[in-house]
Design a binder for this molecule. Structure first.
Ligand code: DAH
Length: 340
């Protein structure tokens, strides 16, 4: 019996010395061979049943000592294997810092945001205050106080998103003029920027777009000053060579009123498909403030005169960057935004 134990011990030591201790699975095979359910040490323990009562304690102790020493040796080997596995995975996952980088995508500001900033910058520099107004207006601010009669087509249900009787998403930023004149006494100069909403949708019209509104009220304000201001503004937006044209038009809140055209940004004024052969493109409306509007906000139109203007920021962005579809500006499409 004793010699059996010694033989097994020697056999184990021999096998362990030939096992690759960096290989966890080889150690596991060894462990099963000796300590598994049908393992060699386990067999010895099982065989003890046949021994006499005197033999059992001594033999039992020896087998148990063998079991413990095999177990300890296996555990030590397992530790070594674990460390070796970690070292291998660190080695294989090593980053080669000499490889070329993958590059990264740099974000950019939205073209509408840029135009907005430029507009604010321009007018702020000329002493205008900036106001954001509000998206939801009442009939008074969006229409009535702006001298827009009850039967004016812009009041039609087709154009306006009504939220309740007499309450709507503003169809233009012009209502901000009224709020501003209610809260500030002349002389005043302000621009208001923000979203406006209309039931309208095609390549160049969207149900939501952005406008910029301007208002100047003081003594002796003339149409000539309006022309000077907006001509300078057009140059700032489209460059020194841009030409401007004030075309007679109608708005209920200005008299006289005009539409502001700039020379076509595509053909330089020669006439092309985009400007329908005219050489001009419309960018906004303007005029001298109608005395009826002054009356609605308690400003004396005998003493004060003023001018106002309004234009779409989306339209300017489209002309500036030759964008064919207005919906691209709000599409959040990376392929589009990545171009700016
Ligand atoms: N509110 C007009 C629109 O949405 C634009 C406009 C025209 C604004 C003339 C003005 C103005 O202040 O004087 O079409």
């Amino acid at each position: 019996m004793h010699s059996q134990i010694t033989e097994l011990e020697n056999a184990f030591k021999e096998e362990l010395s030939q096992t690759d201790t960096s290989d966890g699975s080889a150690i596991e095979i060894l462990r099963l061979k000796y300590l598994g359910k049908k393992g060699l040490v386990t067999d010895l323990l099982k065989g003890m049943g046949q021994l006499s009562a005197e033999e059992k304690p001594t033999f039992g102790k020896l087998v148990n000592d063998l079991k413990v020493s095999v177990q300890t040796a296996i555990e030590t080997a397992q530790e070594i294997a674990k460390k070796a596995a970690l070292a291998r995975s660190l080695e294989s996952g090593k980053i080669d810092i000499s490889l070329p980088g993958e590059g990264y995508h740099k974000g950019s500001t939205h073209p509408l945001y840029d135009i907005r900033e430029e507009v604010i910058d321009f007018f702020y520099g000329m002493g205008f205050k900036v106001d954001l107004g509000r998206d939801i207006e009442t009939d008074w601010y969006n229409f009535e106080a702006l001298n827009t009669p009850k039967d004016h087509p812009s009041r039609d249900m087709q154009d306006t998103f009504y939220l309740a009787e007499g309450v709507m998403l503003r169809t233009h930023t012009s209502g901000t003029q009224i709020h501003y004149m209610e809260n500030h006494k002349p002389p005043l100069r302000m621009v208001a920027l923000g979203h406006v909403f209309r039931v309208d949708s095609d390549a160049t019209h969207a149900p939501m777009f952005q406008q910029c509104e301007g208002l100047v009220v003081d003594e002796n304000i003339s149409f000539a000053q309006l022309k000077g201001t907006l001509s300078l503004f057009a140059k700032k937006l489209f460059g020194e060579n841009i030409k401007t044209r004030f075309r007679p038009s109608f708005f209920p809140f200005t008299e006289p009123s005009a539409e502001l055209d700039v020379s076509c940004v595509f053909c330089g004024g020669a006439g092309c498909r985009r400007c329908k052969g005219t050489g001009w493109m419309e960018i906004g409306g303007c005029g001298s403030v109608d005395p009826a509007v002054f009356a609605n906000v308690g400003i004396d139109s005998e003493k004060y005169t003023g001018f106002a203007f309004g234009f779409g920021l989306d339209r300017i962005a489209m002309l500036r960057h030759h964008i064919p579809e207005i919906s691209l500006l709000t599409s959040n499409d990376q392929r589009f935004l990545g171009q700016f």
